[in-house]
Design a protein around this ligand. Structure first.
Ligand code: NAD
Length: 491
């Protein structure tokens, strides 16, 4: 029977009164496993009000006590990682191993946020003028909210939640309506960790729920991860309403392959980057730019790697890649490939369309696909495909390759494979991207570094994770004080 997805508001699991529902599917089975109800505006308002009330007490809880809840939450996440990972696989489609890895990266953010007693410290000077001292404190904002995408249902909420809570804010999560079950599991653990009522809340739904969050005056900051058009919309509406916003958008990540690269290692890493998580990763390699004689050998090797990747249900140990998220996504990806081929802007070297996995005929399968000779000026070269599709381009020199890297709207990630320190350094310096990899296929910053998208991949100032997370969720208060001796009684 399909699981009905509940909200967690004011410390209780509550159903929504709304009529509008959306099915949650297991993308490998093509079968409905859940039903998410779109929370009406007044219930979102209730969550904001409950959070606002809880905030009056939570902000006064000493930071050393606040992080005890996170210690507990971390232990519970560790103890339940298998169950959460299976939930991720069943609703998002990725392999069990990928789901566990996702949770590990999420848990690392809880660990970093446990360092908040140090990370949140301010600074001060004595005697900025004679007998006058000046201090900077960091104080929480109030109620904050995160709106997250389907592709990392466990990790992405944890890019924000632990930092927000440890710094003394109350937190509301609105997960993707395509994958709400992982959040339900995590909120069961938050409940067990014993956070006071209203400190951490869950509301489900789509655009209407997002709009209610963006417009509510008690909600002071918005963290968003998703596609670029929605990131732009959310950033504009949140900031127009006077809120802080950090909005991470889409990507189209280029990788330069130099002729001196170790080709076996490069191919292995590139195949994992392009086809891991079925290419539904904002740090997936989506364009490979070979330089000089790298072209023939890389093309041959990556085509073999793509054709031999084992696609299947993520709970099957043999599966190296799962399905894409839904039927709509599958047909969108296949259409982009078809349009690219028809317009003459690419040749399909390895074709992942029209395939199916035995025993899972209703799954949303797109197998690894390689597009060759992609025209860098075409729409195809600019569009985020968000599926297991790698586009190949070629350049004669590193300068031409860097120009191709920088000739795009996004700036989430750019990587180079080379054995030359000179080329690596030049690339690191000149690539127009916030996350750069050298002989790395997925340049994902650890939890103690900011997730630094640029250009159309990010709107805002402070990124998610680490010190940026602490700064985003706090406002600085500067105190200048004078205590003359003559005002004190003499003892
Ligand atoms: P999406 O933009 O469709 O949805 C993200 C969230 O926004 C969901 O919670 C959804 O309910 C909400 N939403 C969707 N449409 C909305 C609208 N019109 N108004 C208000 N809210 C809306 O993204 P997705 O398909 O869930 O995720 C895939 C996208 O996320 C890709 O573009 C990918 O590159 C991006 N992504 C980026 C990063 C990053 O760090 N930059 C990380 C992961 C995913």
């Amino acid at each position: 029977m399909a699981q009905r997805i509940l909200n967690f508001v004011g410390g209780a699991w509550t159903d929504s009164s709304a009529e509008v529902k959306q099915n949650v599917s297991n993308p490998a089975l093509g079968k409905v496993i859940g039903e998410v109800v779109m929370t009406p505006q007044e219930q979102v308002a209730r969550a904001a009000e409950t959070g606002h009330k809880a905030y009056q007490e939570w902000r006064k809880v000493p930071v050393t006590d606040r992080i005890q809840y996170l210690f507990k939450f971390k232990q519970l996440l560790e103890a339940n990682i298998d169950e959460i990972a299976k939930t991720i696989t069943n609703e998002a489609g990725k392999t069990y191993k990928e789901s566990v890895a996702e949770m590990r990266r999420g848990i690392e953010n809880v660990e970093v946020a446990i360092g908040t007693p140090i990370l949140m410290q301010g600074y001060n000077n004595e005697d900025i003028a004679s007998g006058i001292d000046e201090h900077m404190f960091r104080q929480p904002l109030g109620v904050v909210a995160a709106i997250t995408p389907f592709n990392f249902p466990g990790m992405i909420p944890l890019w924000f939640m632990p930092y927000a809570l440890a710094t003394g804010n109350c937190f509301i999560l609105k997960p993707s309506e395509k994958v709400p079950m992982t959040s339900v599991k995590m909120f069961e653990l938050l409940e067990q960790a014993g956070f006071p009522k209203g400190v951490v809340q869950l509301v489900n739904g789509g655009k209407e729920v997002v709009d209610a969050i963006l417009d509510h005056p008690y909600i002071k900051a918005i963290s968003f991860v998703g596609s670029t058009p929605v990131a732009k919309y959310i950033y504009s509406r949140a900031t127009a309403n006077g809120k802080r916003a950090q909005c991470q958008g889409g990507a189209k990540n280029p990788v330069v392959i130099m002729p001196d690269a170790d080709m076996d290692t490069t191919t292995r890493i590139m195949a994992d980057s392009a086809f891991g998580c079925a290419g539904q990763r904002c740090l997936a390699a989506s364009v490979a730019i070979t330089v000089g004689e790298a072209r023939n050998v890389f093309t041959e090797q990556i085509a073999d790697a793509a054709a031999s990747r084992v696609v299947g249900y993520g709970l099957d140990e043999k599966a190296q890649m799962g399905p894409v998220i839904d039927a709509r996504s599958k047909s969108r990806i296949e259409q982009i490939i078809a349009d690219g081929e028809k317009s003459g802007n690419a040749n399909v070297l390895v074709d992942g369309r029209g395939k199916s996995v035995s025993g899972y005929d209703d799954g949303y399968w797109v197998f690894p696909t390689i597009l060759e000779n992609v025209n860098p000026e075409s729409e195809l070269a600019r569009t985020e495909i968000f599926g297991p599709v790698l586009s190949l381009m070629h350049a004669n020199t590193i300068e031409d390759a860097i120009q191709l890297v920088n000739n795009r709207a996004y700036g989430n990630m750019a990587c180079i494979f080379t054995t030359s320190g000179y080329y690596a350094r030049k690339f690191r310096n000149e690539a127009d991207a916030g996350n750069v990899g050298v002989n790395i296929g997925v340049a994902a910053p650890m939890a103690f570094f900011p997730f630094s998208g640029w250009n159309e991949s990010f709107f805002g100032d402070l990124h998610g994770q680490g010190r940026h997370g602490i700064e985003f969720f706090t406002q600085t208060k500067v105190v200048v004080e004078r205590w003359p001796q003559e005002w004190s009684r003499q003892f």
